[in-house]
Design a binder for this molecule. Structure first.
Ligand SMILES: [Ca+2]
Ligand SMILES: [Ca+2]
Length: 195
């Protein structure tokens, strides 16, 4: 009887070990991309990360540094190092797909949401940040991150036009807030998250 219980216990340990080895360890994982700027809007910016040359490559490893395949896309999210800076539409700004046999996935799509952050983004796995700094600047016509481009954003945008440079409203990113930014803002007015 005792021998059978012991054998059963060994079997449980043997089953448990591979599962433990497959827990993502953000500190052992990496996220890399080129530096640059991209516009985000609740209904989607006008270009994808890939089109902007800013595809983010993520490699997810366990605590031993071994890659983990099959980590679902919705467990891997892109956000600011201070998540309050950017507000994403529900279920958006997740990885392109699950990690492959080398633990790798990418972010290459259009971003959906509001707010602004001048670089210092992170990729989060199960809510924990990978330490790698993603140097991508994001701003949005939804400058107050309410997930709707409305009159509040117009007031903020108009105030910024009086300033020589205001990253929040430099939507056509060239270090100047001018007619080009007005054109971009106007094209996204009343934009909102897809239901
Ligand atoms: Ca808004
Ligand atoms: Ca500009």
């Amino acid at each position: 009887m005792y021998r059978r219980v012991f054998a059963l216990a060994l079997g449980i340990v043997a089953l448990a070990q591979p599962a433990l080895a497959q827990v993502p360890d953000p500190a052992m994982s990496t996220a890399t991309s080129a530096s640059g700027h991209i516009l985000m809007s609740p209904g989607g910016g006008y270009e994808s990360l890939a089109d902007a040359g800013l595809t983010i490559t993520v490699v997810i490893n366990d605590s031993g540094g071994s890659p983990i395949s099959g980590v679902a896309a919705d467990r891997i999210r892109l956000d600011s190092s201070n998540p309050a800076d950017l507000v994403e539409c529900a279920a958006d700004n997740i990885a392109d797909g699950a990690t492959d046999g080398t633990g790798t996935t990418t972010f290459s799509g259009i971003l959906f949401g509001g707010g602004f952050k001048q670089g210092d983004l992170r990729v989060y796995v199960d809510g924990v940040a990978i330490p790698s700094v993603i140097d991508i600047e994001i701003n949005s016509p939804d400058n107050d991150a309410s997930l709707q481009v409305d009159i509040v954003d117009v007031v903020n945008f108009a105030a910024d036009l009086a300033l020589p440079t205001a990253f929040r409203s430099d939507l056509w990113r060239d270090d100047v807030t001018d007619i080009a930014d007005i054109s971009v803002f106007s094209s996204f007015f009343v934009d909102f998250c897809a239901p």
